[in-house]
Design a protein around this ligand. Structure first.
Ligand code: ADP
Length: 499
């Protein structure tokens, strides 16, 4: 069968090889879904220490003695290339090898100094240009290079400057995906000479300059043929004002007609109450009985008593950070705990929230189960056992937990922002429509009102179960999102004249 097109997915992290956050899930699931749609996909990430060579069977891609050279300032850095097949597929996954840059304990952060690695600029200059050199070295020419987040932002720039006249790259188009605008890859002006580019590019207000700094993100935003972010609402918000755009709103507005929003899919092999191996009782929309048994198992696990009567259990799984709405929760916590509900929280993050929730656990031992750690298995049990899921984010590019919650019939309460606004419809009692409870203003009163609406409906078991079933029927599979990415690749290819 002739393929629909050739695409290289470039990401700083990718499941199952190396992960720090949600981007890795996206970068790992999308290639498989695209491949089922008939695309020829290859992938590339740096060869970090975290990538287990033996487990994944990495082998050399290039003949012995061949290397990949990238100028970084006055130096020429040399690396090599390895590859394997992405598990359960025929997709070729490449790894750019440069031990001095990538053979380190963590991906981006230096534990010893509790901050980013000081040479992150050089590490991702080498990666961006190294990716292009690697393609030439193996002789595989994609039609589209799909870049993800600031670590790959220089690729569209290099293609349109250093490689503009290179016949190998004629017609190659780029898509740049923004997964969280909060991470911009901004470096001091001293980084600019390391790029070995024309000085005009770093003039004030120029394509790389951001308040006197060199911004790798901005390079991607300015030079990629097509841009997208992980929900349509977030795509609007980041163009609207400084609060969401974080200084990039002007650049994004100037690219408005090329900027799209695509909601992430969820990995149904991992998040599915009918097959989930982490939960004691499987269940489905047709037979919800397992859900209550999971609730009892969860209460027991987190040391809460089984309540008399019909009392809802509200779950939270999150990074404990302001972005996720914890300032609202902290402000209203006593009011929340005085409602007729129980709470189970799983999360780690800012120290101030650890202290607040330790106090909550002490004060409400029969009502609050507090788990201040990262625990994948407990996360699954909370999705399966809780009745309600609270996610009052300040901003949310896409959000995954509200999608898992829908799948598990755990009714989400969310703020109307970003991906939350796009994926959860507010419950409408008159028409009996909707999949969750949505509040607009970022205030604790707004959040409390939404929680109270949920508690009231919860007492009407028939309506609540109808709501659960509606939530469980929502489709956030990767197949759907991959189809939308394919359409963007086609748009990009039209701009690049198809390679
Ligand atoms: P973000 O990427 O902004 O943190 P998302 O909702 O997109 O938020 O994704 C968060 C992912 O991390 C989800 O899969 C969630 O279940 C998981 N997660 C967050 N905190 C924990 C934790 N303490 N234990 C287990 N899983 C967690």
């Amino acid at each position: 069968m002739k393929s629909k097109g050739r695409v290289l997915i470039v990401s700083p992290e990718m499941v199952p090889f190396a992960k720090t956050g949600g981007l890795a899930d996206v970068a790992g699931a999308l290639p498989l879904a695209l491949s089922s749609l008939g695309w020829e996909v290859r992938t590339i990430i740096p060869k970090y220490r975290m990538v287990d060579e033996d487990r994944f069977g990495l082998r050399d891609s290039l003949p012995k003695g061949t290397s990949i050279s990238v100028p970084v300032g006055e130096r020429v850095e040399k690396g090599t290339l390895k590859e394997t097949q992405m598990p359960n597929s025929t997709i070729v996954s490449y790894f750019l090898v440069h031990p001095e840059f990538y053979d380190r304990e963590e991906l981006y952060r230096d534990r010893a100094r509790d901050g980013d690695y000081v040479d992150n600029d050089e590490r991702f200059i080498f990666f961006a240009r190294g990716v292009l050199e690697a393609l030439k070295a193996v002789g595989w020419k994609p039609q589209v290079i799909h870049c993800n987040d600031w670590q790959t932002g220089l690729i569209p720039l290099f293609l349109k400057s250093v490689y503009a006249q290179d016949s190998f790259f004629q017609g190659v188009a780029t898509l740049f995906s923004i997964h969280n605008l909060g991470y911009q890859g901004n470096f001091p002006a001293t980084t600019f000479p390391k790029l070995c580019l024309d000085g005009n590019l770093f003039k004030p207000m120029g394509p790389l300059e951001f308040w006197g700094q060199v911004s790798f993100l901005k390079a991607g935003l300015v030079y990629a043929d097509i841009l997208n972010t992980v929900s349509p609402r977030y795509a609007q918000e980041i163009q609207s004002d400084q609060k969401y755009g974080l200084g990039m709103e002007g650049v994004l507005r100037s690219r408005s007609k090329d900027l799209y929003g695509i909601v992430n899919g969820i990995d149904q092999r991992v998040w599915n109450p009918q097959t989930d191996s982490f939960i004691p009782y499987r269940y489905s929309e047709a037979d919800l009985s397992g859900k209550e048994r999971n609730k009892f198992a969860l209460l027991k696990r987190v040391g809460l008593p089984i309540p008399w009567g019909r009392v809802p259990l509200m779950g939270i799984i999150s990074r404990l950070a302001d972005q996720k709405g914890f300032d609202l929760i902290a402000e209203a916590i006593d009011k929340i705990m005085n409602l007729d509900l129980q709470l189970v929280l799983l999360g780690t993050g800012d120290e101030k929230y650890h202290l607040i929730f330790q106090e909550v656990a002490r004060k409400y031992p029969h009502k609050a189960g507090v788990n201040l750690r990262f625990d994948d298995e407990l996360a699954h049990l909370i999705e399966a056992g809780a009745d309600i899921f609270l996610m009052p984010s300040q901003y949310e590019p896409c959000g995954l937990n509200q999608l898992y919650s829908l799948r598990y019939g755990t009714i989400p309460i969310v703020r109307e922002t970003g991906g939350l606004a796009d994926t959860i419809q507010d419950y409408e009692p008159k028409s009996n429509q909707g999949t969750g409870f949505v509040f607009r203003d970022y205030t604790s009163q707004g959040m409390l009102k939404a929680i109270k609406r949920a508690l009231t409906l919860y007492q009407d078991q028939t309506s609540w179960e109808r709501l659960m079933r509606r939530a469980m029927r929502e489709d956030f599979s990767w197949e759907r999102s991959a189809g939308e990415y394919a359409r963007l690749y086609e748009k990009a290819m039209a701009k690049g004249n198809g390679g």
